[in-house]
Design a binder for this molecule. Structure first.
Ligand SMILES: NC(=O)C1=CN([C@@H]2O[C@H](COP(=O)(O)OP(=O)(O)OC[C@H]3O[C@@H](n4cnc5c(N)ncnc54)[C@H](OP(=O)(O)O)[C@@H]3O)[C@@H](O)[C@H]2O)C=CC1
Ligand SMILES: Nc1nc(=O)c2c([nH]1)NC[C@@H]1CN(c3ccc(C(=O)N[C@@H](CCC(=O)O)C(=O)O)cc3)C=[N+]21
Ligand SMILES: [Mg+2]
Length: 291
C-alpha cells in the first residue's frame, strides 16, 4: 500500500482560511493590519521565488508586506540601519532576513542579533532559539514549526518514537530535532560526518531529511511503515530547461515503503510560508496585548 501524502497545500490553505477571518477581526479592532517585512539581498532566483510566494500569501490573508530588496554590494551598516528602523516601525510586526546572504562581506548572524526578538518572525534570534532550547514560549522557526504542525494535523504520534533528523543547520535540522525532543521522541541528528547513514535511518520511525541533495534518502534506508518528512528543496535540470523541484528523498521508491510521506513541491515548503504568516499574526497579537 503506498504511503499517505502529508499534504502541505491542503493544510496551508486551511490555515490561510482561518487566518483571513482572524486578520479581518484584528484589523478592525486595532485599526491596522499585521505587517511583515522581508529583507532580501541580491538576486538568488530561488530566494526570489520564496519571497514572491510570501507576498502572495500575505496579500491573500490581509497582512501588509514591506519588501526591501538590496543589491549584492549593500553594506552591513545599511542593512543594520534598515533593521533598526523596522524594529521601531509600528506597522511592522514581523521581520525576516532571507538567508543565505550573498558574498563574504555580510554577517547574517550579526543581522539576526539586531532584530527585536518580539518581531523575529523566523525565530532565529538567539533569544527565541534559547526559548526553544528551554521549552519556553517564543517565536518558533517556520520550517520546523510547519513540520510539527503537519504531524499534528495527521494525528501522527511522536512520543516514544525514534526520530532521525538528517541535517543540523540552525535554520532547519537543529530546531526540528529540538521540537521532536520536546514532544518526547528519541532523537538522533545525522550530518555529513555520520558514517553509514543507512544503518542509522533504518531504525527510525520518523525520518526528516533536511540536507539539500536529491535522492539522498533511498528506499533501502527506510524502515517499512516509517513516516518520511522531506524538507529538501532542490532544482534539477530538465530537457525543457525550466528545471524541476525535488526534495532529498527518492520519492517514487520510498512512497511504497513509508506510511506517510511529504511531497516536494506541495509539502513542507507550503507549511513554511503558512507558519511565517502565523508567526506574524502571533507577534502582532502579543505586541498589541491581544494574547
Ligand atoms: N521546505 C522548506 O521550507 C525549506 C527547505 N529548505 C531546504 O532544506 C535543505 C537544507 O537546508 P539548510 O538546512 O538550510 O542547509 P544547510 O546547507 O545549511 O545544511 C545542510 C545539512 O546537511 C548536512 N549534510 C550535507 N551532506 C550530507 C550527507 N551526505 N549526509 C548527511 N548529511 C549531510 C550538513 O552536514 P554538516 O553540518 O556536517 O555540514 C548540514 O548539516 C535545502 O535543500 C534547503 O533548500 C530550507 C529551508 C526551508
Ligand atoms: N531566513 C530564512 N528563512 C527561511 O525560511 C528560508 C530562508 N531564509 N532561505 C531559503 C529557505 C527556503 N525556504 C522555502 C520557503 C518556501 C518554499 C515553498 O514555498 N515551496 C513550495 C514550492 C515553491 C516553488 O514552486 O518554487 C513547495 O515546496 O511546494 C520553499 C522553500 C525558506 N527558507
Ligand atoms: Mg517542501
Amino acid at each position: 500500500m503506498p504511503a499517505q501524502l502529508l499534504d502541505g497545500k491542503v493544510l496551508s490553505q486551511r490555515m490561510y482560511a482561518a487566518m483571513t477571518t482572524q486578520v479581518q477581526e484584528l484589523t478592525t479592532k486595532y485599526g491596522r493590519p499585521p505587517g511583515l517585512a522581508v529583507l532580501m539581498v541580491g538576486d538568488n532566483p530561488a530566494s526570489a521565488a520564496y519571497v514572491r510566494n510570501k507576498e502572495r500569501a500575505c496579500e491573500r490573508v490581509g497582512i501588509a508586506s514591506f519588501g526591501t530588496h538590496f543589491p549584492t554590494d549593500v553594506t552591513q551598516a545599511e542593512l543594520e540601519q534598515t533593521i533598526q528602523a523596522l524594529n521601531t516601525d509600528d506597522r511592522v510586526d514581523g521581520i525576516l532576513v532571507q538567508l543565505p546572504l550573498p558574498g563574504n562581506h555580510l554577517d547574517g548572524t550579526a543581522l539576526l542579533l539586531k532584530i527585536d526578538p518580539s518581531k523575529d518572525a523566523d525565530g532565529l534570534h538567539p533569544d527565541n532559539l534559547g526559548r526553544l532550547m528551554r521549552g519556553e514560549p517564543g517565536l518558533r522557526s517556520c520550517t520546523p514549526n510547519g513540520v510539527m504542525e503537519m504531524l499534528k494535523a495527521y494525528d501522527i504520534a511522536v512520543a516514544g518514537k525514534k526520530a532521525v533528523v538528517i541535517g543540523r543547520s540552525i535554520l532547519v535540522g537543529k530546531p526540528i530535532a529540538l521540537m521532536l525532543l520536546a514532544e518526547n521522541a528519541t532523537v538522533t541528528i545525522a550530518h555529513s560526518r555520520t558514517p553509514d547513514l543507512a544503518t542509522v535511518t533504518q531504525e527510525a520511525d520518523i525520518v526528516v531529511a533536511a540536507v539539500g541533495r536529491p535522492n539522498l534518502v533511498t528506499a533501502d534506508m527506510v524502515k517499512p511503515g516509517a513516516v518520511v518528512i522531506d524538507v529538501g528543496i532542490n532544482r534539477i535540470p530538465t530537457e525543457s530547461g525550466k528545471g524541476r523541484l525535488v526534495g532529498d528523498v527518492d520519492f517514487a521508491a520510498v512512497e511504497s515503503i513509508a506510511s506517510y510521506i511529504t511531497p516536494v513541491p506541495g509539502g513542507v515548503g507550503q507549511m513554511t510560508v503558512a507558519m511565517l504568516l502565523h508567526n506574524t499574526v502571533l507577534s502582532y497579537s502579543r505586541r498589541l496585548g491581544e494574547t
